[in-house]
Ligand binder design. Structure first.
Ligand code: FMN
Length: 165
């Protein structure tokens, strides 16, 4: 059975920094761990951008859950490729951060419409989220729901579970 990597963009129902993301994160971590999927969820400028890595059948199950979730809409797959078995997300069943797209040199927002993201740009974003996952382990993520420096996945999950949403 092959492995697959995905990058998609969607439009959140709620605004940036909304606590409903906590519920998404907790459910994602639990389910992804069960089926062996890893990835990173990035929120910026009124958009979700999420990466996923895992076995093809596991990715399909996760995508079904993602598509069914009413907390976002207009899901647009930007990358859907075969992938090596080793996850680039270093044990993150699901990471999370907010940062501004300017850091990627890509405009993710234009007046009144979502800019198209071409394949080369999608690859840049995917690689940026891989780097973010790696940095988060050493330096910590940039947001309160991000993993903090040196925090184990189990401690991270406990902290999110205890947080008020
Ligand atoms: C932006 C976004 C990302 C999501 N990512 C995942 C994911 O990585 N894994 C997953 O299983 N569900 C994911 N979901 C789906 C939901 O978190 C999950 O299906 C929902 O909380 C229902 O949980 P329940 O089964 O406890 O009702 C995502 C949903 C949204 C809106």
């Amino acid at each position: 059975m092959g492995y697959r990597k995905i990058l998609y963009r969607s439009i959140p129902l709620y605004e940036d920094y909304h606590p409903s993301d906590l519920g998404i994160l907790r459910a994602s971590m639990q389910f992804n761990k069960r089926v062996g999927v890893t990835g990173y969820l990035w929120r910026a400028n009124g958009q979700f951008v999420q990466t996923l890595h895992g076995k093809v059948d596991a990715i399909n199950r996760v995508l079904e859950r993602i598509v069914a979730d009413k907390r976002h809409s207009q899901i647009e797959i930007l990358l859907d490729d075969d992938a090596p078995q080793t996850s680039p997300f270093r044990g993150f069943s699901m990471g999370y951060d907010h940062f501004f797209p300017a850091r990627l040199g890509i405009d993710f927002i234009e007046e009144n419409h979502l800019p198209r993201v071409n394949r080369a740009q999608a690859e840049i974003v995917f690689d940026a989220l891989v780097r973010l996952a790696s940095e988060a382990l050493e330096k910590g993520g940039g947001f309160v729901y991000s993993r903090q420096a040196g925090e184990s996945e189990a401690d991270y999950e406990r902290r999110l579970t205890a947080a008020r949403s």
